[in-house]
Ligand binder design. Structure first.
Ligand SMILES: *[C@@H]1O[C@H](CO)[C@@H](O)[C@H](O)[C@H]1NC(C)=O
Ligand SMILES: *[C@@H]1O[C@H](CO)[C@@H](O)[C@H](O)[C@H]1NC(C)=O
Ligand SMILES: *[C@@H]1O[C@H](CO)[C@@H](O)[C@H](O)[C@H]1NC(C)=O
Ligand SMILES: *[C@@H]1O[C@H](CO)[C@@H](O)[C@H](O)[C@H]1NC(C)=O
Ligand SMILES: *[C@@H]1O[C@H](CO)[C@@H](O)[C@H](O)[C@H]1NC(C)=O
Ligand SMILES: *[C@@H]1O[C@H](CO)[C@@H](O)[C@H](O)[C@H]1NC(C)=O
Ligand SMILES: *[C@@H]1O[C@H](CO)[C@@H](O)[C@H](O)[C@H]1NC(C)=O
Length: 519
């Protein structure tokens, strides 16, 4: 290395230290899902490894010792609270109830977290330079006012409507239909009229419920906890510096993002590791190719899969392939052609060239992994956004879908063989794999860059879109359209009257002419 180069390296190193003074960062994650954790944790880990002092309130304590400057605050108890709330609500399966009470579950979960003194104390422990909140309910922002730090909302999926509304990111029922709308439609094509109608009504309803139910009931709880002079959570939410959300144009829909809506993806993709010896031997020895089965980690998913275990077992026995299955009960049986384990290094398995197919429930992270590693899928969606993700993957031609309720030995076997043994699925997924990897920076780097931007400038309120302040009638141009409609009506009416008068005149003239002739 030349002297000059050495010097410039040293200088850039010093500049780096100068620019990125270690900051105090607080992360507040609430939902007890492994999928949320694997998406968001790498961002905090990266912040810590860049020298920041990170405090992370989380329901899933990570067992990584490498990140020494992450202080984790354990709220593992929330797993049971959330599951109980969800069980209670799922007993009542009406659609209207569902719309309402998903806010209720999220608010009650957040309240249970904030009721703990050791959690509330964390917010006032020290002066933070940045607070990052998992944006799942308005109540989560209540303790933020205890600290004067700028705030970022973050979600491990597309996020709820309010996460976008908070920073004025334009969301439109036709361009970005609700991700829970399970319809057989290509989300990037024109929607049929009925779908547009449903999407519009759904979004309107969600906004009304949010404004007139979720915010006020959160306000009541927040005032109870933090004092009466707390500002409305709706206003606090409008002061978010950024919304960071996980979505990408391959798996999800195309978004029109304002500068403060930061779309990240693939944050959970890790650098490749060597496979454990037994798994490696199993795959290497496979003459027929390997199918990888994993139907998720969420308790509610596995609960429902349990009823279908006898079918899956029989399918695995019949398949002309070797099978690796991630499942809680690893005593089910093992054979030469079949490996079952509670935990498996999913990404390292998918990246092995002998793995022909991924049978998945279709969560966003699994979908991304399948595409990233170029493995076609058979999707068996169970709940949440899985139905939408799987339909999307089928539309893109990288796999097929089968309903959990409609699982049969023959049709699952046939479907797996069809996808594993037809080359166009593989060709298509390899094409998408190249696309999804080709990005200017990784999801983690992007999130970290923007977080440091907010720290450097003590907020980023100037990047928010105007939409956040617009009433709905203005956003949808209802007043303008109404005015134009009335204007046109007036003109039409005027024209009509004018023609009427003309006709009358004409008739009268005719009459006069006739009279003159008769005379
Ligand atoms: C790091 O964060 C902890 C907890 O918020 C705080 O007590 C500590 O003082 C911080 N350390 C530095 C060097 O700022
Ligand atoms: C860390 O280990 C504990 C105890 O072994 C376990 O309950 C927890 O799920 C682990 N956390 C993660 C993120 O895997
Ligand atoms: C949430 O808590 C409120 C107040 O305790 C209760 O009325 C409501 O039923 C709870 N909601 C759910 C979904 O459990
Ligand atoms: C409807 O809400 C979803 C998120 O909940 C969003 O993605 C979509 O863009 C929204 N559409 C409208 C019209 O607001
Ligand atoms: C929002 O931010 C502005 C500008 O920093 C500040 O004046 C206002 O008090 C904040 N409002 C709330 C509710 O935090
Ligand atoms: C698959 O087979 C099962 C059992 O024979 C049947 O009930 C189910 O309807 C079939 N599913 C589809 C999608 O054809
Ligand atoms: C795969 O397809 C080929 C020809 O298209 C066929 O000969 C072969 O038997 C199929 N393999 C399986 C496992 O069905």
């Amino acid at each position: 290395m030349s002297k000059c180069k050495k010097l410039s390296t040293l200088i850039s190193f010093l500049v780096f230290i100068e620019c990125s003074k270690a900051a105090n960062i607080l992360g507040f994650l609430i939902l007890p899902f492994v999928s949320h954790h694997i998406c968001l944790y790498p961002i905090f880990k990266e912040l810590a490894s860049k020298g920041h002092n990170v405090t992370l309130i989380t329901p899933l304590i990570s067992n990584e010792t490498s990140a020494s400057n992450i202080r984790e605050v354990d709220i593992e108890f929330i797993g049971d609270v959330f599951n109980q709330l969800q069980k209670d609500v799922m007993k009542k399966t009406s659609m209207v109830y569902g719309l309402f009470y998903y806010y209720d579950i999220l608010i009650n979960t957040t309240r249970a977290v904030l009721e703990k003194d050791h959690v509330r104390k964390v917010f006032t422990d020290t002066d933070y330079d940045l607070v990052v909140v998992e944006n799942i309910s308005p109540l989560a922002f209540a303790p933020v006012l205890l600290n004067k730090a700028p705030v970022i909302g973050i979600t491990s999926f597309e996020g709820f409507l309010n996460a976008q509304d908070a920073v004025g990111n334009p969301v439109h029922p036709i361009i970005n239909p609700h991700f829970f709308l399970h319809q057989d439609i290509d989300l990037n094509e024109d929607l049929p009229f009925f779908s547009r109608l449903i999407s519009t009504i759904l979004n309107f309803t969600l906004r009304v419920i949010y404004k007139y139910y979720a915010i006020p009931s959160s306000d009541t709880i927040a005032k109870d906890m933090f004092g009466d002079n707390l500002e409305s959570l709706g206003d606090i939410e409008r002061n978010l510096s950024l919304t960071i959300y996980s979505s990408n144009p391959i798996v999800n829909t195309i978004k029109a993002n304002v500068p403060s809506a930061i779309e990240i993806s693939l944050t959970h993709i890790k650098s490749p590791d060597k496979l454990p010896k037994d798994i490696n031997t199993f795959i290497d020895n496979s003459k027929r190719g390997v199918i990888y089965f994993s139907l998720g980690t969420n308790e509610f998913c596995t609960e429902r899969v349990k009823n279908k275990i006898h079918i899956i077992k029989e399918v695995i026995n019949n398949l002309p392939y070797d099978v690796i299955w991630k499942w809680d009960d690893d005593t089910l049986y093992n054979s030469e052609n079949f490996l079952i384990k509670k935990w498996l290094p999913q990404q390292d398995i998918l990246s092995h060239p002998k793995v022909k197919l991924f049978v998945t429930q279709g969560g966003l992270q699994s979908a991304e992994e399948g595409i990233y590693y170029g493995v076609p899928i058979v999707g068996i969606p169970i709940m949440y956004d899985q139905e939408t993700n799987v339909r999307r993957m089928v539309q893109m031609g990288i796999g097929e879908r089968l309903n959990l309720e409609h699982l049969g030995v023959k049709n699952l076997t046939d479907l797996i063989v069809k996808v594993a043994n037809t080359s166009h699925y593989r060709e298509k997924v390899n094409e998408l794999s190249k696309l999804i990897k080709d990005q200017p920076m990784t999801g983690v780097d992007k999130a970290v860059w923007w977080m440091e931007y907010v720290i450097r400038h003590k907020g980023a309120l100037h990047l928010r879109g105007k939409t956040r302040k617009l009433p709905m009638y203005q956003y949808y141009l209802l007043d303008v359209l109404f005015f134009i409609a009335v204007f046109l009506l007036v003109i039409l009416f005027g024209l009509f009257k004018f023609v009427q008068v003309l006709l009358r005149l004409f008739r009268r003239l005719n009459n006069i002419k006739l009279k003159i002739k008769q005379n």
